[in-house]
Design a protein around this ligand. Structure first.
Ligand code: BGC
Length: 470
């Protein structure tokens, strides 16, 4: 049913399942067929992405926000001094002190703070009050209480930016949901909370997204970097766009040639333009998610959801008598019981040709399984992971074609990219197929949301001084 006559298309599909029972095999493959795209679908996704991108940048209705970050330049090697960075939006909340010299991080102090769920889904003032409390604790610990410290704030959620230091929250995503912050400027809320305490001299100079931090950090490592990508709990990308193509620009322009655009591709398809790839499994994952009917694309590709998609498929196959002799366990039936780290571990088995990780995981679920059940579980993880890699690659290849640079480094960070054993290999292969002739590489730029934020604060300081002079 999923067979392909087109060689490029076949190269984007996973190896067929091989079971002794032909009928069972065909039924399972048919149940997963929609997750493997035809060439026509791949092209259509690319076209829709490009059209949404164009609309977004021209401020027409689009599911791609295409937000101007107001960062018009990358590190130039002159960044120097002590900078603070805050990182909110990933797994942990962190406060970071960076010492920069010649544009490079020469020293770094990091402290992780635990954010209780109550803070993540409660009242906004409490959340920002806690952030200010952590800043104060950290600054004291570093004996910097009296020092004036420029700060870059990585706030990895969709924002409307009116300037480099203004970020109005559009919606929460991932594991956060403090409704009172939506529509407010996260920088102002942070400044107010710092001011209320009055015990530090921190100056919030820039707010940025983790993709932006990753691009900037990537540029320190490799000056061909022009795209930043996060494949972690959430997913998003940003890229260097020609300034003359960017319509939304509040405040004065200063002859900028380029600017980083935060695509916010997690929301790609929220207006229905991607419904042609939505499966019943996706619908179920969405229905049970914290923020239903939003972040369509993120739900197809990111670490917060891949495990849940796999679980929903396994439950369905079991209910149809195609797996575990038709008997699911209580744990398998519990929402979100299958983290994406399991998908990566099972994929590792496929890469190594073993079954150990898969068996250990199925044991944790108290499931009775045969060797062929293991093969099916591995197949499901492979198909779901492969779809994620292909979707990301379709969008990246469109970006490469649009940017039309001689050579582009794509800086990547995020737990899914780092821990999944073959997303990177697939992405390299698919991008080459979909953007033939475009020279690129995927570069792991770790901790862009920390280091990148400090560097962006330094760039912000440089721009502020320059524009004050003119
Ligand atoms: C957010 C983005 C962020 C991405 C990766 C998404 O849910 O909307 O702003 O870049 O997650 O953390």
């Amino acid at each position: 049913m999923c067979e392909s006559n087109n060689s490029v298309e076949a190269a984007m599909h996973v190896a067929p399942l091989e079971l002794s029972d032909n009928r069972r095999q065909q039924q399972i493959e048919a149940a997963l067929c929609e997750l493997q795209f035809t060439m026509e679908t791949v092209k259509k996704i690319g076209r829709v992405f490009e059209s949404e991108l164009e609309k977004g940048i021209h401020e027409e209705p689009s599911s791609l926000q295409m937000e101007n970050t107001y960062i018009p330049e990358l590190p130039d090697g002159t960044e120097k001094g002590k900078f603070l960075a805050l990182d909110l939006g990933g797994t942990n909340f962190r406060v970071i002190l960076l010492e920069l010299d010649d544009g490079k991080v020469t020293d770094e102090k990091v402290k992780h703070y635990h954010l209780d769920d109550e803070l993540k889904v409660g009242c906004g003032d409490r959340l920002f009050g806690f952030l200010a409390e952590c800043i104060s604790d950290f600054v004291k610990e570093q004996n910097l209480t009296g020092a004036r410290l420029p700060l870059g704030f990585t706030f990895s959620f969709p924002m409307i930016q009116k300037a480099l230091d203004v970020g109005i929250l559009v919606t929460w995503t991932k594991t956060f949901n403090c409704p009172s912050v939506v529509g407010k400027d996260a920088v102002q809320m942070l400044k107010d909370a710092i001011h209320r305490r009055g015990d530090t001299h921190v100056e919030v100079l820039a707010v940025l997204n983790d993709t932006t931090g990753t691009l900037v950090q990537g540029a320190v490592l490799d000056n061909r970097t022009a795209i930043g990508l996060i494949l972690g709990t959430g997913s998003n990308a940003c890229y260097l766009e020609r300034a003359d193509r960017v319509q939304h620009w509040e405040g004065q322009r200063h002859g900028e040639k380029q600017v980083i655009i935060d695509i916010e591709w997690g929301a790609f398809g929220d207006n229905g333009v991607l419904d042609f790839i939505k499966t019943d499994y996706d619908r179920e994952v969405d229905k049970n998610s914290l923020l239903a009917t939003s972040f369509t694309f993120e739900k197809y590709i990111s670490g917060k959801y891949l495990g849940e998609i796999v679980r929903v498929i396994l439950v369905r196959l079991t209910a149809n008598g195609l797996l575990f002799d038709g008997i699911a366990s209580k744990k398998l039936l519990s929402q979100n019981s299958f983290p994406t780290s399991y998908v990566s571990q099972i994929e590792q088995d496929t890469v190594d040709g073993g079954n150990k990780n898969t068996e250990d995981i199925l044991d944790k679920f108290n499931l009775q399984y045969t060797t062929e059940d293991i093969a099916v579980v591995k197949y499901v993880c492979e198909v779901v992971s492969n779809r994620s890699a292909l979707l990301v690659s379709i969008c990246l290849s469109r970006l490469l074609i649009r940017m039309d640079r001689p050579d582009t480094t794509i800086a990547v960070d995020g737990s899914l990219f780092k821990h999944h054993p073959r997303l990177k290999t697939w992405m390299n292969k698919y991008i080459q197929l979909l953007a033939p002739g475009k020279k690129f590489r995927l570069l792991l730029a770790e901790d862009g949301s920390g280091k990148g934020a400090g560097i962006v604060a330094a760039i912000a300081l440089r721009l502020k001084e320059r524009f004050q002079e003119t």
